[in-house]
Design a protein around this ligand. Sequence first.
Ligand SMILES: Nc1ncnc2c1ncn2[C@@H]1O[C@H](COP(=O)(O)OP(=O)(O)O)[C@@H](O)[C@H]1O
Ligand SMILES: [Mg+2]
Length: 864
Amino acid sequence: MSETIRNAGTSARHLGNGFVRTVDGAAWLYAQLPAQPPVRDAANWTDRERNARPLLTLLPRIAELTPHIPFAGRKAMKGFYREIHILAVSTPEPFVPSGKLDMASRIRLQREYDNTAVHDRFTLIGVRLSTGGGKERRSVWRRMLGALNTITSLDALGIVEDSAFDHDRDTIAQLFQDAGCTIPSNAMMRRALAWWRTDRKPEIVPVMVEHEHMHTFPDYESCRRAARFFDLGGDCRTWRDHNPYSYPMTIVSLGALPFEGQDEREVQDSDWAASLLAQGRGGGQGALCLSVRGLLEPGDMSREQIDKDKENVYDKAMQQAMDGHKRNVRVAGELAAVNDVYQTGERPWPTLIDARVHAAIPQIIDRPTQVLYPGEVSLNPDRQEAAFQDMMIGSPVAFNPSPVYWPVPILAYAGLAGRSVAGDDMGRGAASDLPGALLGFTEADLQPVYVSPFESREKHDPPCLLVTGATGSGKTRVLLHIAAQLAQLPDPYTTKDGVQHPRMVPYAPHVAEDRPHIPIVFLDPKPNSDDFTGFVRKRHGTIVRLDSPDANGILDPLRCIPDRMRTDRVQTAVEMLSQITGGKHGDRARELALTTIISYGTAHGADCLGEAVDMAYEAYMARGSDAERIDPLVEQITPVLRRVVRSDPMFQLIYGTRHGGRSLAISQGLTLLSAGTLNIISDKTGSSAVSDIQRWVVRMAALGATAAIMGRNGVLIVDEAWSLLGDEFGVGLVTRMGRLARAQHYLPVFASQKVDEFVDAGLEDFVGRGLALGMGVRNEGGSTGESQAQAVCRLFNQPEDGRLHERMMHARVLDTESEAPDWQSLYALFDPADGRLLRGTICYYMGVDGSAIPVEVRISQDLI
Ligand SMILES: Nc1ncnc2c1ncn2[C@@H]1O[C@H](COP(=O)(O)OP(=O)(O)O)[C@@H](O)[C@H]1O
Ligand SMILES: [Mg+2]
């Protein structure tokens, strides 16, 4: 069955900075189109316009380089049109952990994500260079002759010297730069010359050509293995299962688009290239590469041509193409109409003519309808190789089954360039990357996404990370997944002897770090929550359960607020006892009275409230010399408190009675602080003493954990954070964290299904980053009447009619009878037949720049 094994990708040579010479002597200059903002995950039309702008700027200016020759016919002029090539690449390659991480973390990630592919995703634009130009200004006619007589500058091999292109090269380079394009790296050009090779060092590559598709391989060895496999009668479709980086590949050619320009839904299809290149799991086609080649016809020439095409038709095919062209001109007009900035007024857009558009799809395609393209698709049976060659940089082959005629906006709005990236390290080795936890991979482009605890400190952004999602959406799992990784991170601001540095000291590239790890506290206030102890233990974490017998006084303000915050300590203790014994908030007389009682105790060495109150009580009752310093309230409250603490295990947590009991010492690494069986979450409206005690337990847990990690570059994660926001004190506590966390060097993370409470609490200003998970169909309205999904969009400045809002409200399954997974939803998806995990949770990563990018999170098996 297998036909030929051949090398490919040898038609051109890259000489640096995007300059390419081809086998037939031509020269091209390639540049990288800006990758931001993405089109697939564009927040709104403004993003789409920004993405289209580079091509809308560049292509007319390239077309303007065409000499204007009076009275020359279109056919004659065609020889002067500039040839362009757009190559959008998305090749899978093995995941490699970020170089910003310490060695141990890199080794761990490499092992955990061993079989994970990421995509090398970028888009190049190339322009074929012409010779001549330079100082002497020759007339157009002279230049026309010059084009025929390049003999003068041929070198010994009969090839035009590189320097002959210098002038044009400078001109094109300037146009590239003006449009925001960048010079491609050598690695990128190597990939572009061998885009089908799934390797981090793409070189010349074997491919296997069959009648209706081809096969590509990461190396010669797997190519030979495949040849044996097929010779023994193996099925092409299953070969991929044997070797994840080998693909059957179909090269399809894309023809005229049916755009009529009227229907809004059809204009939405204008981002066809972005859909073709997006990953299949994210609802795209997952194309490996898309190549567009053609001649750029200046706008006035196209217009002339359209006006007189009736008499000028060459043949039927041309006629059809022109009909498509006319329709496309209409759409282009509409697309461009929205874009007033770059509307060139009366001047018509240039047109890409005789264009060849091919896509390499990593699957065997038997029917054109399998291709996500709104126009004509040809499958190229028996012409796979020709089409494949035509995609290549410097290809000597032109394969032109269905040429298209596209005015520039059709091309610019197609979404050929644009990469969905997110996080504080996007896996591309940028200098600004920060060490963090690998959250997952972007849904559309499989780019790694890292979350760093040092973002706010380094970049001066608001400190809080907010995680939103309905119960069951995956918040807790996603957070534990991050927490476990961060707990392994050595503190980049501290040396091994514990000395703090104001600046981050990068990790050593090759040796294990002996600096202390940063502390991570995970506060899980949910009673009888899933048991994560196994998960935490396996990662050498510490577990503090509030229902364990030795938890007495562990959240007592006198014990868990450190000595250096002495005033805070007494103040908090006073506020707490005042509320629990007096019922209402802010009773001055009671607060003053309690201050005398507690201060007496602390002055005499008490390390918990029960002890302090007892000491004051004894001294007061003995009527000793310092008794008058103690308020008589002590006589009334002490017997009450003694009774309560004996009967209420929850009160024992915040009101310690044993001197020297356990304190909330947060060491390095992960600490899980869990409620156990205790119900510490109060009913919001409850005003009983019990609900006051519950609230104080949650607050003291948050406050104690904060105090313990302050200044240590750690992370405090508060799950079910709404449990803190029931009243003024909790709100005050949370906003204080928001205000101070950056200066106090820790990252506060809050997870909640009630987003509006955060907004009501005024926390908006302190939220820098966010993760938005599914809200589900129920998605109740909050205090202001808007739904939680709307509140998420508002909080993160996202449109309420966009994809994010819609996807948040999809349920896990399409219907409860079939249990068929809904791939639009953000929930983790399972196979209804065997319960296998099909896809992890999707969370939208909300960046400080206002982007919202869906990221798939695959968590460890022991968390499911
Ligand atoms: N990334 C994931 N991969 C697989 N399953 C997940 C993932 N995240 C969540 N789940 C599933 O969803 C369920 C609910 O997750 P959980 O984190 O408890 O949600 P929440 O905290 O938002 O209520 C888990 O029991 C698990 O089965
Ligand atoms: Mg949870």
